[in-house]
Design a protein around this ligand. Sequence first.
Ligand code: ADP
Ligand code: MG
Length: 656
Amino acid sequence: MSLIQLNGVSRRYKTEGFEVTALDNVSLSIDKGEFVAIMGQSGSGKSTLMNILGCLDTPSEGVYRIHGQSVSSLNPDQLSALRLKTFGFVFQRYQLLSSLNATENVALPAIYSGTSSEDRTQKAQQLLDKLGLSSRKEHKPGELSGGQQQRVSVARALINGAEVILADEPTGALDSASGEQLLALLRELHAEGVTIILITHDSAVAEHADRQIHLLDGKIVTDTKTAAPSTSESVEKNAASVQHVHSQEPTPVPAIKPFPSISLFSALSMAFTALRMNWFRTLLTLLGIIIGVAAVVTMMAIGEGGKQQVLERIETIGTNLISIRPGGRNMRSSGDIASLTLADATALKSVPGVAYVAPERSARATIRYSENDFSGRITGTTPDYFHAKDWEMAQGVFFSDEDVTNYAPVVVIGDTVAETLFEDKYRAVGEYILMQNAFYQVVGVLHSKGASAGGNDMDDEVLIPVTTGRLKVFGRDYLSSITIKAESTEVATQVKDDVLALLVERHGQEDVMVRTTESLVEAVTETQDTLTWLLASVAAISLFVGGIGVMNIMLVNVSERKREIGLRIATGAKPRDILRQFNIEAWVVCILGGIFGILLGYFVVLIVASFSVPVAYTLMPPVLAFVTSLAVGLIFGYAPAQKASKLNPIDALAEE
Ligand code: ADP
Ligand code: MG
């Protein structure tokens, strides 16, 4: 079976309405170990033929078989495998990557055959030694002569153990001495059993081959052998012999296995190399992402800080306060409904999330000290009242639980009350006041709170133990209300529900109303939502700007590196490998940008905080920013990577 067999192959190009037939019904077979020169004038179809042979292009008509297997039946990954393993290209203009040194250039195709980095380097160096370039291993292409560069490219063609070397005018750009050297090298490889197919328009070059094929206007005009083939397999050619081979065909065709995709590590290291090559551009791209991410982090820290400050303020007024009043939905709302008891208050202490339970029973009364009177609301309660309402003592102490248990005749008064009753309010503590024919000792004066948001004086409190009040002032056992302070605003709603459930259970009916300071909580939620909205827009804008930057740079990258992409595909990279490489480049930029952006963001937050702007460090902004920048990489890097992987290697390599 012939190694290569073309049967009636044509290749037509359609350009702007008219058609060019670059190859016209070409039938040809080449055996393993042949050295073939393809000759012809410019435009005769030599390169077209070469591209078809090397699986960079497909015939418009006819069948191309490799090892008896029709190429048209292979999928793109199998074609890549053929380019990788079976063929090695040598181009007229070398097509070395200028950013890589000789060893790295030679090793390039081995990345796609899954060879480990060490093995690649070792193999590449062996080949360079063999090709007389021992002293040039670390040199970049720019530091090598044309002849040396071409030998590097031959080494590259050989690294995956190519069976066939396809060389399109390999001596075209070389001086005659270098050309001779290269031809000697090709002859040597041929002697080792490598099949060589060489394009030339120079008959002196063609002399080195064992067989010369002349093309004219896409047709084979002559096909002559000048030396005996070096393999035992006889050379059969032309259309007639094709028939013959067909009859032999039951020979099993070895399946062409696609190579696995390049490892993440290889892709990463390629990405870093590429990004380092253009470090200034990388830096500018990074800057876009960094600024965007830093903006998100800073804005969110400030927003979060503001939110927490507002929440804290509300908490001091008491959004975590829950008020319970007697009366149900279908009852008349009045303080005289006998449903709340002190026992209820005690039971409510065990509800989870409850911090303080302050029972209240109030009535209007007049109190007197010496000649001074104060008329107002007298409230019977417990020490929890002090905590639930966030009072502070100006003088003395609040009455204790013991006072409540002992029915103690003690009173705590507000600032206004102290001022009304006493000439010198700072001497109130220890004095006795008169209320409904009984004396009460003043044990404490509350710190002034001033006027409430509604303009009411909040310092007109007269507080006595609830037990004492029940006995001497109110006469009845029922409470006018219970105020509960929840442990935090977050649990307030839950506590409210639990409290109601417990009271309904205790009373056997819903005869109480339980409320949180809902209007305030609603206001906070609204503020919070507005802030979240604002921050989300900032995040979206920064995502967009950063993403456009990444996409722009990646597109520039792809068009600038067309030759590199073409070369990678020609030497066996699968389109998916190219896709992965360029995607990962975008990801690397975005991930680095994300990390540096978060750092910069926190730095700015520190500065802002030093101007006593409230900030809050939470995990959400950096996570959000990072995920955002990663998403930017994924989304905006995809289109350029897709474009790269879809490049036609022939056009890409023609790019100068
Ligand atoms: P050679 O390598 O022998 O100089 P080519 O194989 O490059 O010749 O080209 C053969 C013919 O096909 C020429 O007429 C050329 O203009 C035409 N041709 C080659 N490539 C293309 C293409 N991509 N689009 C249109 N015409 C093409
Ligand atoms: Mg050509």
